[in-house]
Structures are given as C-alpha cells and as structure tokens.
Design a protein. Structure first.
Length: 164
C-alpha cells in the first residue's frame, strides 16, 4: 500500500515537471530555500539522504551560516574557513539533514513524505533529483531569489549556501 502511494506521488511530481507548471522544486538548496519561505506544501525526502546540515559561526564577525554538505564537501576546508581572513570557523551544530527536517518541518508549515528507492519511481527520484524535492503552494522563482540574496550582502552568492 505504501509503495502505491509513493509511486502515485512521484508520478504526480514527474508530471508537474513535464508540464513545467513551476509548482515543484528539487535539489537540496532549492528545496531548503523554498521551505524557509514557507512555500513548500509537501517535501518528498529520501530516507537515507546523504547531506549534513551545518551551522557555522564566524567567531570574529559573529554571523552564522547554514551549509548542506555531502560527505565529499565536508572534506573541503572552504566551508570551514573564512575566505577573507583565513580563520577557522566554529561548527555550532551539525546533524543529518533528513533528521533535522523530520524534527523541524512543522515550523515551516509543510508535510514530509519519506521516499524509498525500492520502487522504480523512487529510485529515479533519488538518482535523478537528489532525493529531495517538494510541491509548492505558489510559484516562486528560486533563481531570482538566489540572485537577490547575492545583492543584499554585497558578497558573491554561493549556490551551496542557505541562510536561516
């Protein structure tokens, strides 16, 4: 029964993509940005998503950035050093993204649907769309939002970066 529901939901997701309705979002950064805006009605989440959510604090400036990193990105020092001064940044918190979302999704007014890779559709969702995506309440232009964020701080916006 669960696999039939999962198959139907993912099929609807794929048809929204095919119709180019603008009412879906996928990928870690785009989905998290839409979730932060409370634009996601439902988030589809692969239960074994391999991203970790980091809150990184600059000890000098005091600002906190949130990163969603893969295992490979965790080994890259650029996420843990200030690019201007070269000082080490402090890891305030780190938690698997899937676990964090399962605890905090309600504060964004969204529902979570866990997806497995045991069905053909689930496998395609995980491999083709990064294992995370969502149905939107209303159309948003993620690219425009990302561009606007770049202009607010004066710094060049990093596509791997999200703020909470």
């Amino acid at each position: 029964m669960r696999f039939v529901e999962e198959k139907n939901m993912i099929t609807k997701f794929f048809s929204e993509i095919a119709l180019d309705t603008g009412m879906i979002v996928f990928g870690v950064n785009d989905t998290m940005k839409a979730l932060e805006m409370s634009a996601c009605e439902k988030v589809m989440l692969y239960e074994e998503l391999a991203h970790t959510r980091y809150e990184i604090k600059n000890p000098v400036k005091g600002d906190i950035k949130v990163w969603y990193l893969t295992k490979a990105q965790e080994d890259d020092p650029k996420y843990f050093k200030d690019p201007d001064t070269g000082i080490d940044l402090e890891v305030v918190a780190s938690e698997p993204l899937c676990d964090w979302l399962c605890v905090h999704y309600g504060s964004f007014g969204a529902k979570i649907e866990l997806i497995s890779d045991k069905t053909q559709e689930g496998f395609q969702f995980v491999k083709g769309f990064g294992g995370i995506g969502g149905f939107l309440r209303y159309k948003i232009d993620i690219d425009e939002i990302m561009d606007n964020n770049a202009n607010l701080g004066g710094d060049e916006f990093d596509a791997d970066e999200d703020f909470i």
